[in-house]
Write a protein that binds this ligand. Structure first.
Ligand SMILES: Cc1cc2nc3c(=O)[nH]c(=O)nc-3n(C[C@H](O)[C@H](O)[C@H](O)COP(=O)(O)OP(=O)(O)OC[C@H]3O[C@@H](n4cnc5c(N)ncnc54)[C@H](O)[C@@H]3O)c2cc1C
Length: 346
């Protein structure tokens, strides 16, 4: 479901009593826990998504109050007039109805936070050029504009503004070229890529790339999403090294030369493993909390030491990422703390 449901007045709640599996509509108001409204009275259900996400995790995993003992809470729109809901949220409500079978205009929706964007990506300059001349990046694939938490409209900036700049920049670059690859870079790279494909096609080890991929997903979800602890991040990186070693022993289920999606999958898996190391190691280094990067052991934002961009480059010889940091230009808008608790409210 979209964040817009909270924006339009959706209320998030769980039954106050563990194991209360009554039909939500029959649970009286006094037996419902509107935890966002209670914890953040000034913003209520409109707290930003990282704050809402952590609250939902707390309710589900620490208070054990997920609906029916499962990781779910109610997102309730039933108090809003049907006509307004249809006008403002029809698209997403139809999706819910289609997949779950309940009409969210009558029955509270069951939700849990999901992963739906990446914060961080390819480094680019103001022309959207990466550090590789001739390669441009715009949108979710690049690192700018996500802010603390990719709130609504950030992706518009990154896709539309970034694309608006990247396209003409690429044309300008191509027009400025004196010759087309007189140095034979293209042929050399084509040969290297074909060798990688051939190597994968010949691989006859014992590891299934699809199972490695699932293990990777489970590991990253557990340790690199909502709450991060240094010890777990270090263990996570060790697990990633293990998965990379096992990747060397994969066996492809499909060896056909035509439309072989398993080769493409295996290539992407290798990239995902390397990128996961960037995420895990980068998070381990950053001893602070900033937006969606939340470390209970370092709960505050630390601008003195960490108001900077983490940059990783791939060191092929070492087969691992190398890190450096770049200061953030805050000359136009000085950063200030985000405050949502009523006690912090000025
Ligand atoms: C449910 C949901 C809610 C979201 N809410 C927000 C939000 O509130 N705020 C926010 O900032 N972001 C949000 N996002 C993320 C945001 O939607 C994305 O960051 C944004 O749409 C990415 O746009 P893009 O053009 O960069 O990439 P995409 O839209 O992913 O486009 C990439 C395109 O490249 C194509 N492609 C891929 N591989 C190849 C290939 N090899 N050859 C040719 N084409 C290829 C794909 O088919 C696709 O069309 C949300 C995402 C989801 C799923």
């Amino acid at each position: 479901m979209s964040e817009s449901a909270r924006g339009e007045g959706g209320r998030v709640w769980v039954p106050r009593t563990q194991g209360d599996n009554r039909d939500p509509k029959s649970i009286p108001e006094s037996e419902r826990w509107y935890f966002l409204e209670e914890w953040y009275p000034k913003y209520g259900n409109l707290v930003p998504r990282d704050v809402a996400t952590r609250a939902i995790f707390k309710v589900v995993y620490e208070h054990n109050l997920g609906i029916d003992g499962k990781p779910m809470v109610y997102l309730d729109l039933t108090h809003i007039d049907r006509k307004i809901l249809d006008k403002k949220l029809e698209g997403i409500l139809e999706i819910y109805e289609k997949f779950v079978g309940d009409d969210p205009r009558d029955t509270p929706m069951k939700i849990f936070p999901g992963m739906h964007y990446t914060m961080g990506g390819l480094w680019v300059d103001y022309k959207q050029s990466t550090n590789i001349p001739g390669i441009y990046s715009a949108g979710e694939s690049e690192y700018q504009y996500h802010g603390a938490n990719r709130l609504g409209a950030n992706s518009l900036v990154s896709c539309i503004w970034g694309g608006f700049i990247a396209g003409p920049s690429a044309v300008q670059y191509a027009r400025g070229l004196q010759q087309s690859d007189g140095n034979g870079y293209f042929e050399a790279e084509r040969k290297r890529q074909l060798e990688i494909n051939d190597g994968l096609m010949r691989a006859d080890g014992s590891e299934n790339p699809f199972l490695l991929w699932r293990e990777l997903g489970e590991e990253m979800t557990k340790n690199c999403t909502v709450i991060r602890y240094n010890k777990n991040l270090q263990q996570c990186d060790a697990k990633l090294v293990e998965l990379l070693e096992r990747f060397q022993k994969i066996n492809l289920s499909d060896r056909s030369q035509w439309a072989n999606t398993t080769v493409a999958f295996a290539r992407q898996l290798y990239n995902m493993l390397q990128l996961s190391r960037v995420i895990a190691q980068g998070a381990a280094m950053r001893d602070e909390s900033r937006g969606a990067h939340y470390k209970p052991d370092f709960p505050d934002r630390d601008d003195k030491n960490w108001l900077k961009t983490t940059k990783a480059t791939f060191a092929p010889d070492a087969d691992e990422p190398k890190f450096e940091f770049e200061p953030v230009d805050v000359s136009l808008i000085p950063p200030r703390p985000r405050k949502y608790d009523v006690s912090d409210w000025i």
